[in-house]
Write a protein that binds this ligand. Structure first.
Ligand code: FUB
Length: 339
């Protein structure tokens, strides 16, 4: 339910039909990356604020400055805001726009991965380290070497390897790169060209760097062809996430300007992944961004919408809903609001 139709929405009615309610209401939160660490649920969201910056297609109005970690003892428990975990003023290389983060746990340390624009206006991805899942986190002095664009998502495989997926088009600047090289003159592909792809890189053992040259993640149709730019109901836009279910790797993402959360299935963390379907139909607000996490044997979609702010697209609220799988491994599509 993108922005255009907001004037016609009866928000009281919409909230009655919503499949879930905001986890916290005292601040706006978005882009939730959820994990179970030490038996508790930790959600790493963006912290949305009203900056007064005018709307544009580059998302300048998403002017977030810090991160708060939300924790829950169990899926129906109260969601607790653990306060500021990292502020942009404490990150030497970052100037603004602390967008969608993620976190990982290894050997008793917690790693917060986050995108921000540097002082040249270029998005890069940083990492900050803490001793507790809720932070505080101490940033590394420089962004991760070779990182670019937005929306880092870190997947821990069963063999103990960690992979970072990242990238987002338009305001996320992915269209300015080919083969990991930036060029201001690069633009979006033409409609009949193949769509831009998300990027993956394995992390080093210390979790602070890329262990390899980042590679494209192929998303194919059932004929084995890469999706085209014109196919914006299915092609990648932003918000990568990977989870493993029944031995298969599920790469999920947002289609951006068509507002779906979709997924594609593969046999290894690098892909290729074959487009399979939709996980979430459009929410109120332009953006859609999610994570998928197993809690006590059930699977949950953490997502956001703009219903609490009555449709203000950069003032979002994190929600959670259970997802289910069909016997063939496909995911049952969720409608965020019931008829
Ligand atoms: O929150 C800012 C941006 O909006 C995120 O990085 C995108 O995924 C979209 O949700």
């Amino acid at each position: 339910m993108p922005e255009e139709s907001i004037e016609n929405i009866d928000f009281d009615k919409l909230n009655e039909t919503a499949i879930s309610q905001p986890l916290v209401k005292h601040i706006y939160t978005a882009d939730p990356s959820a994990h179970v660490f030490n038996g508790k649920i930790y959600i790493y969201p963006s912290h949305d604020i009203e900056s007064g910056i005018p709307f544009d297609d580059l998302g300048s109005h998403f002017a977030m400055q810090d991160y708060h970690v939300i924790s829950m003892d169990a899926i129906h428990s109260e969601a607790v805001d653990n306060g500021v975990a990292l502020h942009v003023d404490d990150v030497p290389w970052a100037e603004k726009q602390m967008w969608a983060p993620d976190a990982a746990h290894k050997d008793g340390k917690y790693y917060l991965y986050f995108p921000a624009r540097d002082y040249d206006g270029i998005f890069k991805i940083g990492v900050a380290v803490g001793d507790a899942p809720e932070g505080p986190f101490t940033p590394q002095p420089e962004a991760i070497k070779g990182s670019y664009s937005i929306d880092p998502a870190v997947f821990e495989d069963e063999d103990g390897s960690y992979y970072m997926y990242f990238g987002g088009i338009w305001g996320g600047q992915l269209q300015k790169y080919r083969k990991n090289t930036y060029d201001q003159t690069f633009e979006m592909p033409e409609p009949q060209e193949t769509a831009l792809l998300p990027i993956v890189a394995k992390l080093t053992d210390d979790m602070l760097e890329f262990a390899e040259e980042p590679k494209e993640v192929q998303i194919l149709d059932t004929h084995g062809n890469l999706l085209l730019e014109v196919d914006n109901n299915r092609r990648f836009f932003e918000a990568s996430w990977v989870h493993k279910y029944d031995g298969k790797y599920y790469f999920s993402y947002s289609t951006g300007d068509t507002h779906f959360i979709c997924y594609a299935i593969g046999d290894n963390p690098y892909g290729p992944f074959t487009y399979t379907g939709r996980i979430l139909n459009p929410v109120v607000g332009w953006t859609s961004h999610h994570s998928i996490c197993e809690v006590d044997g059930k699977w949950y979609l953490f997502y956001h919408d703009s219903s609490l702010s009555k449709g203000v697209t950069h003032l979002r609220s994190v929600k959670v809903a259970e997802i289910t799988y069909n016997p063939d491994g496909s995911i049952v599509t969720l409608d965020p609001y019931k008829e």
